[in-house]
Design a protein around this ligand. Structure first.
Ligand SMILES: Cc1ncc(COP(=O)(O)O)c(C=O)c1O
Length: 395
């Protein structure tokens, strides 16, 4: 049975899972292989080397784990920390909230620094927290780079600067699930100790791979981290790295080939060009939102995400209805508003392997739905604003 709705392709504009390019789909369409054959370690080595380029790290050690972003979180925490360790975590939206929930259940002692949803991490409170911690009890800082709920980006360079200013040795653990491969991300330059992402976001693959890089300092922390772990234990991976066979357990062969294909596409386009494409499509989206007379959930321009735009709707309109109708009537998948912003925002995901005309199809669909739900939009206004910008700028 085919569950796809209607003729033509579904317009997938949720902020992950993202669209999978044909080349990646084709690369994954294959039989299983023996993961202990000589071919797989040879390919794995190229994958491990190449994911480091996406994270912009030369000193980091990569791990590719069969999991999702949630598992990658757990892997980052349990390999570097011990139960009871004091950590600082920024709460700015649903994904930072979920990560904090995980941190609680893993028995860390958390200082939560909250912001309104729509705002970035509160770095003033962070500075005073660091200043007060003269005994260096805080072991790690956990931060979501791109909060997918609100389309807000945190300034990691500023977080690093504060850690350096206070000469604070805490590890910097970064969720890059909806940023790495879409936004400017510089693991080494920003002194990130563990950075993580998952395959279904900017990498435009199916769900199922968590990808992390750990700094030398994070690997040092691994030696004394007492959190219980088995599946996610980096020590098992490191053992197999030394053996040159790489996998402590069975990887998905199809996903390995998918990752190879997606990395090849990214390098062919050029990572910086990929990031520039995201920024261009995001700008076009924001121009459309402004032409509709609607506002971005991110309250300041400097926080705007180039991976996802969360659009605030007027109070008399339920954003859930927009998402429902978009799917049912136009075969367009938009992101729901989650938790505190449920009913208040819908999200346009513009991350991964997409182009201008795909985006314009989405924007046209949004305009029609807005009109359907009674919002007084001028049809074509957002599309025209986006077109004018895209037509006038060079990819
Ligand atoms: C920023 C962020 N972190 C973590 C997650 C959780 O990832 P997963 O659903 O792959 O477990 C998501 C999912 O959307 C996310 O956007």
């Amino acid at each position: 049975m085919d569950y796809a709705y209607g003729p033509g392709r579904n317009h997938l504009f949720v902020p992950g899972p993202a669209n999978i390019p044909e080349q990646v789909i084709r690369a994954m369409n294959r039989n299983n292989e023996d993961h202990r054959s000589p071919a797989i370690p040879t390919m794995t080595k190229t994958l491990l080397d190449d994911v480091k380029k996406i994270f912009k790290t030369t000193s980091g050690t990569p791990f590719i784990i069969p999991t999702t972003g949630t598992g990658a979180w757990e892997s980052a925490l349990t390999n570097t920390l011990s139960p009871g360790d004091r950590i600082v975590s920024f709460l700015i939206g649903q994904f930072s909230l979920l990560w904090i929930d995980q941190q609680r259940r893993l028995n860390f002692n958390i200082d939560v620094i909250q912001s309104d949803w729509g705002q970035a991490a509160n770095l003033e409170v962070f500075a005073s927290t660091l200043a007060a911690d003269t005994g260096h009890n805080i072991k790690a800082i956990c931060i979501v780079h791109n909060e997918t709920t609100t389309g807000v980006v945190n300034n990691l360079a500023a977080v690093r600067k504060l850690l350096d200013q206070y000469q604070h040795p805490a590890l910097l653990l970064v969720d890059g699930v909806s940023s790495i491969g879409a936004l400017d991300f510089r693991m080494d330059e920003w002194g990130v100790d563990v950075a993580l992402t998952s395959s279904q976001k900017a990498l435009s693959m199916p769900t199922g791979m968590g990808i992390l890089c750990a700094s030398p300092k994070a690997l040092e922390a691994l030696k004394t981290a007492k959190s219980v772990r088995f599946f996610f234990d980096w020590k098992d991976y490191l053992k197999f790295y030394e053996l040159g066979t790489f996998w402590p357990y069975t990887p998905s062969i199809q996903l390995l080939y998918g990752l190879r294909a997606t990395l090849d596409l990214i390098f062919e386009e050029g990572l910086d060009n990929v990031i520039a494409r995201h920024s261009r499509l995001a700008k076009a989206t924001r121009l459309a939102v402004a032409a509709w007379g609607l506002k971005n959930c991110a309250q300041k321009e400097e926080w705007y995400s180039d991976a996802v735009t969360a659009v605030l709707v007027p109070p008399h309109i339920d954003s859930l209805e927009i998402v429902r109708r978009a799917w049912k009537k136009y075969n367009l998948s938009l992101g729901l508003g989650l938790n505190k912003v449920a009913g208040k925002v819908f999200r346009i995901g513009h991350l991964g392997n997409i182009n201008e005309l795909q985006l314009l199809g989405c924007l046209a669909g949004v305009e029609m739905v807005l009109m359907d739900v009674g919002y007084p939009v001028k049809l074509g206004s957002g599309v025209a604003a986006a077109c004018a910008y895209l037509q006038n700028t060079v990819p």
